[in-house]
Design a protein around this ligand. Structure first.
Ligand code: I3P
Length: 116
């Protein structure tokens, strides 16, 4: 069940604990109770890609951490999600209420889940 969806700026900065070069891009983001899906393309494109078998990047929220990450970027309104598997994502929006809504929606989802 989709809880929230929309566009944010996204940068994946670690994969399985291994640091990655930061590369910001716009992502269509879909939050459901246990996971977040990141689509590289627009929602419309993402929907049509379902048919062609394109898979979004899926992030398991069980045991994940979310925190504001002012020191990780020169941009404003950045928070970080860290998964149990050691993946790290920065999410950002210039618009204060948009990023606050997302922060609280993801934090609530994480807090409702078992920690392991
Ligand atoms: C990075 C790019 C990012 C920037 C990052 C740079 O350079 O400019 O936008 O992050 O800063 O290293 P490149 O494209 O050459 O990899 P922010 O926009 O979040 O500041 P950082 O190294 O301080 O993370």
């Amino acid at each position: 069940m989709v809880e929230k969806e929309g566009y944010l700026q996204k940068a994946k900065i670690a994969d399985g604990g291994k640091k990655l070069r930061k590369n910001w891009s716009t992502s269509w983001i879909v939050l459901s109770s246990r996971k977040i899906e990141f689509y590289k393309e627009s929602k419309q494109q993402a929907l049509s890609n379902v048919k062609t078998g394109h898979k979004p990047e899926s992030v398991d929220l069980c045991g994940a951490h979310i925190e504001w990450a002012k020191e990780k970027s020169s941009r404003k309104n950045v928070f970080q999600i860290t998964t149990v598997s050691g993946n790290e994502f920065l999410l950002q929006s210039d618009i204060d209420f948009i990023i606050l809504d997302w922060f609280h929606a993801i934090k609530n989802a994480i807090d409702r889940l078992p920690k392991d």
